[in-house]
Design a binder for this molecule. Sequence first.
Ligand SMILES: *Cc1c(COP(=O)(O)O)cnc(C)c1O
Length: 426
Amino acid sequence: MNEDDLQFDREHIWHPYTSLIEPLPCYPVVSAEGVRLTLSDGTQLIDGMSSWWSTIHGYNHPRLNQAAKDQIDKMSHVMFGGITHPAAIDLCRRLVAMTAPSLDRVFLADSGSVAVEVAIKMALQYWVAKDAPQKNRLMTVEHGYHGDTFAAMSVCDPVNGMHDLFSGVLTQQLFAPAPQSTYHGDWQSSDLDALKEIFEKNHQQVAAMIIEPIVQGAGGMRIYHPNYLKGVRALCDQYDVLLICDEIATGFGRTGKLFGYEHANIVPDIICLGKAITGGYMTLAATITSQAIGEQICKTKAGVFMHGPTFMANPLACAVASESLAILQQGDWQKQVCHIEQQLIKELAPLKDSKVVADVRVLGAIGVIELVNAVHMISIQQAFVDEGVWVRPFGKLVYIMPAYTMCPTDLSTLTRAIFRVVTQLI
Ligand SMILES: *Cc1c(COP(=O)(O)O)cnc(C)c1O
């Protein structure tokens, strides 16, 4: 990649959340291996982001590569309407085995946002089938993030989400304050008061409550008390509201449990999975519900669930996902995540004393430093690259979620780089 290529990129290609008028600089990555990204000038960066939670086993993994190669020689794609194939069946067998016993009806979607759309559509169609079409609103909490499509946007945080921009178009949903009790702190039952009130007043109009279990991701990187999620489950039961857990970021071991809902010992009615499902190889997601809910959904006049993407259950993606889950099922993820957690707690703790740091939070293989002020993106990004690491902050948040396979030495390099860059912000 030369300067011409980068110039073309700046002039013609949109990147996530960027301006075409003032594009931010992009770093040219030409290959990746394990936990390292290689830039076109040969520089190697230790990756703290796992390409947004997804590459949990590291890049260029021999088993995932082989699964892709084996599948590509059989068929890359075939329509899923009226046809099935071994890759989808293998994957769904594993998904059903890994999730709670009642979660056994799988819908394969193309991306996290679509998995959320599908979950919402399931909830709405469920109540139509139950002759309660007035139950058509959603409840959620502030500081959530559920994706960039329209129904997903409607349940993203009303302040840092895109509500202002699309206010006339987005469905008005019901928001409770975000949980305040932290994961490791004391539980304050008053945390649930506002939510109870909203349930009481509105339950007859509410189809489902959607929430990220235990860790709120892109809406604020907040880590909350399991009792809050327990309370949510109890209120959903009491008021006959479906519970959707958006596990797209938290799923597949990231928080130290295979799924976030396990921290609270609850079982959701519907879960959304994505991000790490293929080990970061390609886009795929899943929405899983129970037999009872699945069957109820199909009792409408339509008689079917009304969704079916063109690339549903893409065999290449399914084959790699199945292998990624096989690695998880056989592997050491629990020990790896536990070691990363211990090391993050130890090595990020000293940052709490810095004047520029408001809070340090760790759960599983997630480390978050909340700063007092928002960062200057261009300069902090370059500072991290100069330190030999890839960390991409947003707003006041500097956070990492490394591959589970990152060794202690690389993780220390990463945390030391964060320490130096953050403490130089003064
Ligand atoms: C990333 C994310 C999504 C959206 O997934 P995409 O694949 O980007 O569409 C939804 N919910 C949560 C919790 C996420 O972290």
